[in-house]
Design a protein around this ligand. Sequence first.
Ligand code: ASP
Length: 322
Amino acid sequence: MKQNCSSKHRRPVLVVHGGAWAMPDDTVAAHERGVRNAMSAGWKVLERGGSAVDAVEAAVMVMEEDDTFDAGKGSFLTSVGTVEMDALIMDGATLRAGGVGGVQRVRSAIRLSRLVLEKSPHVYFVGAGAEKFAQEHGMELIDNKELVVEREVVRLRDFKAVLAAGGKDTTFSGGDEQSRVPEQMSHDTVGAVAVDVNGNIAGATSTGGTVNKEPGRVGDSSLIGCGCYADNLSAAASCTGWGEPIMKLVLAKSAADAVAAGKEPQVAADEAIANLKNRLNGHGGIILLDASGRYGIAYNTPRMAWGVRTKELEDVAVVRGA
Ligand code: ASP
């Protein structure tokens, strides 16, 4: 059943993020530009009365195509030098969702997720089955090498060299999380949440995951309620950061539930990130938006790239310190 929050014509709001981590100064302009481009693509959809689902898909696709971010081309590499992408898109009006994990041969994991949402009775596809589904629904399958950029080849090589020299293992694929230093790690996952003129909300998150992850590892980003969620009756959320702790706390859904229980989205977002730190020493960021257009943005990393667009607030795109 469609859960329209109200028949009243509402003011659309779009919030996007392009990761949360210790972004070096020389990457700030590219993050800001990427977030701004994503907002303008998503806003175009909302402005002409389009749906929140279309808007978040459009915004995320722009960032997947921008190799500044850890999504689509330019994603972080697995330990064997490949790109494996995860994504989820969710419609808060109907609770329909589409997710993919570990896909290697599509240009846009969020486009494929949207196809899953629209065309499949299932919610989630992984690996080869996801790629078969993509092909059957008209998406071109590409060579994984087309998604690999030189910057990431160098990052992976340097990362492995540090590990080989006895440096701290900062990968997040298991083991003692407390002894790691994730706040220094790159988290360039992208995401968007939106409310449209009909008062419907949606969320989308897309990622290449974490540097040097083991092949087959799936993070929080594409898991419902972990790195992404949307329900008109609570809120839409998209997370970024160290995926394993985010999953364990089902962070996106917990934050949305706090909004449903009466908390302001900003308070719920702050509490979600505080919980991430206090319970599991996790690091990251969250964007949260409810169907009345109230939003919250929180992170405990040195910087987060985010942007907000409303009718009054034009193209705020910032990379800000905590
Ligand atoms: N959350 C993502 C993951 O763990 C990484 C990120 O946000 O950059 O796969």
